[in-house]
Design a protein around this ligand. Structure first.
Ligand SMILES: C[S@@+](CC[C@H](N)C(=O)[O-])C[C@H]1O[C@@H](n2cnc3c(N)ncnc32)[C@H](O)[C@@H]1O
Length: 204
């Protein structure tokens, strides 16, 4: 496990409760850009599901939902917070699912924590487990940035982020077989603004 991965995982293990306090609200409006394109009971992966609210609980009320995260503390909270989803501890760079397992994937504020040189690997993994014509809705970076906050959310816990520019993300999506069908800018509860990309997998 790389140092960055360990910092992010151990960081969420330490500050899961504090992060949950900030996320205990309605899901971002942008979630409907994915859910409106899915059918009831479609299979959805919440990649980096964290504490499970407000995103995975919303998904699980309508879809056959699996949440994946590598933080044991986050999954513990998700187990309490979400009814009806399957929870899996795993890493987004090597998804423990067979090809064509999902009709939709959402990745809210998770891909942006993965070392930039592994973003294409994660996007390839998303393509591998999505059905043809399936949708991905993910938080991405606007301008390229790598950095850390030694006292994130005033917890004294370090957190790291790493992402390429949105243009580089689009190039990766294209190489892997995704077509971008929407780009949205969303304010989060932490006081940041992030682009979200909606992309459809077209392996042909
Ligand atoms: C900012 S939180 C977002 C949680 C949730 N998606 C939400 O919208 O509130 C990011 C989550 O991604 C998870 N994560 C980061 N990198 C990961 C990786 N490589 N594999 C699995 N989970 C990861 C973290 O453990 C954390 O729970």
């Amino acid at each position: 496990m790389t140092e960055q991965r360990r910092t992010v995982r151990d960081g969420y293990d330490s500050l899961a409760e504090e992060y949950f306090d900030r996320r205990n609200d309605d899901p971002e409006w942008v979630l409907t850009e994915l859910t409106d394109r899915l059918d009831p009971r479609d299979r959805v992966l919440d990649a980096g599901c964290g504490q499970g609210v407000p995103v995975m609980n919303t998904l699980a009320s309508e879809f056959d939902t699996v949440g994946l995260d590598f933080s044991a503390s986050q999954l513990r909270l998700a187990r309490t917070n979400v009814r009806g989803a399957t929870l899996v501890q795993g890493d987004m760079t090597a998804l423990p699912f067979v090809r064509d397992s999902f009709d939709g994937i959402c990745a809210f504020y998770s891909l942006i924590h993965i070392p930039v040189d592994e973003h294409e690997q994660v996007i390839s993994e998303f393509a591998r487990v999505l059905s043809p014509r399936g949708y991905l809705l993910a938080t991405v970076g606007g301008d390229a940035w790598e950095g850390s906050n030694p006292d994130w959310l005033d917890t004294g816990v370090e957190m790291q982020w790493s992402f390429p520019s949105i243009e580089e993300t689009y190039e990766m999506l294209d190489r892997v077989g995704f077509e971008v069908v929407g780009e949205f800018v969303v304010d989060d509860e932490i006081g940041s603004e992030f682009p979200f990309v909606l992309a459809q997998y077209d392996p042909s």
